[in-house]
Design a protein around this ligand. Structure first.
Ligand code: F0G
Length: 353
């Protein structure tokens, strides 16, 4: 039986690896592309919404695609230690792949702004965890200074191998549906992933594997929307902590993805994000983290405005991380459990049976 070998082996021809590259893999990639029948029906207008569920990667986010490449190349280059700043997912992934490679890992996290599951991951994978009393943007700036001066490899998305690995998600989508979709919706934080998908779609089209470019539709949280507002946000605010970023590293390349694909980058409110988050779980059985639902929130908003007009209207939404990363958000959004006595009468009454 053919089994998935991890994305470096599966897409070796399209990645800058050689026979000399030690492949550090936890068998990331090959995530499901799920059709959402109920959400599609609710949206109407003939749209067909698909979800690329990246929460099913080894550390439960899309970051593993970039990290298998970044850590493999770091080891190839003789690095013994890596570092990153993170809103939680990059750090979890860096910590896991470093552990798997037997090298050390340090992570700088904005204190108090990390979802519990992500913090737990970095800790148990054995990274040196520093909680910086400041924003992600500050942590990123400090990390860059550190990596400039010390023999330690930085594995944020300024590391070109990260973007390279992440582009494989676009390959998988084309390989699955036989062509690129008409639209691709994606949350935008540090803006590496929209850059990576666009590169993947362009490369596959050039190779004749697809016949079209999707319009790239990026969505930022309204309280952390520097690209939308064309201005650095000094004090970003959003429930979607993964994308609580005021000065994205890949700002320019995200704009290029938007413009070259004739797409858009817009903002969605926290309430719109949470509504989409709940819809995904309760209507489709797909539990992603709040930031991930920014893609569907954006699609709902643009659909109301009549944006999806041309052709067949297939929309792929990237769901970047798993819902269990942030259990507090789910509990906060849901009806609390009814506490009852271990008594059948009470149970029947509670269930209205
Ligand atoms: N969704 C999730 C769940 C994320 O963790 C991130 C980024 C994004 C979306 C945005 O992707 O930065 O490529 O535009 N998380 C980074 C981190 C910043 O440190 O984990 P992006």
């Amino acid at each position: 039986m053919a089994y998935w070998k991890g994305l470096i082996e599966e897409y070796r021809a399209y990645l800058s690896v050689t026979e000399k590259t030690p492949v550090i893999t936890l068998k990331e990639g090959d995530t499901p592309l799920l059709y959402g029948p109920r959400i599609s029906r609710k949206l109407g207008n003939g749209v067909k919404v698909f979800f690329k569920f990246e929460g099913l990667n080894p550390t439960c986010s899309f970051k593993d695609r970039g990290m298998t490449m970044a850590i493999s190349k770091a080891v190839e280059e003789g690095s013994k230690a890596v570092i990153c700043a993170s809103t939680g997912n990059t750090s979890a992934s860096a910590a896991a792949y470093s552990a798997h490679a037997g090298i050390s890992c340090a992570v700088l996290l904005p204190h108090g702004s990390i979802a519990l599951g992500k913090l737990a991951q970095s800790m148990i994978y054995g990274a040196k965890v520093l909680a910086v009393e400041g924003s992600f943007d500050q942590a990123l700036a400090l990390t860059r200074q550190l990596a400039d001066k010390h023999p330690i490899t930085m594995v944020n998305s300024n590391n070109p191998y990260r973007i390279e690995g992440q582009k494989t998600a676009a390959f998988e989508i084309v390989d699955t549906i036989g062509d690129a979709p008409e639209y691709h919706a994606i949350p935008v934080g540090n803006a590496g992933n929209i850059t990576a998908y666009w590169r993947g779609y362009k490369e596959y089209k050039q190779l004749g594997k697809s016949t079209r470019f999707p319009r790239m539709c990026g969505f930022q949280a309204a309280g952390a929307a520097p690209i939308v507002n064309k201005k650095i946000v000094e004090n970003p605010q959003t429930i979607a902590t993964a994308i609580k970023i005021g000065n994205p590293f890949s700002w320019k390349s995200a704009e290029a993805a938007r413009d070259e694909s004739r797409g858009l980058i817009e903002a969605v409110t926290d309430e719109e994000i949470l509504e989409a988050y709940e819809m995904l779980a309760s209507m489709e059985g797909i539990f992603c983290e709040p930031a991930s639902a920014a893609s569907l929130a954006g699609v709902i908003k643009k659909n109301k405005e009549g944006y999806f007009i041309d052709g067949e209207r297939r929309i792929v939404c990237t769901l970047t991380g798993h819902g269990l990363k942030d259990p507090d958000a789910a509990v906060m959004r849901s009806t609390k459990p009814t506490v009852i006595k271990p008594d059948m009468v009470d149970i029947l009454k509670a269930l209205k049976l």
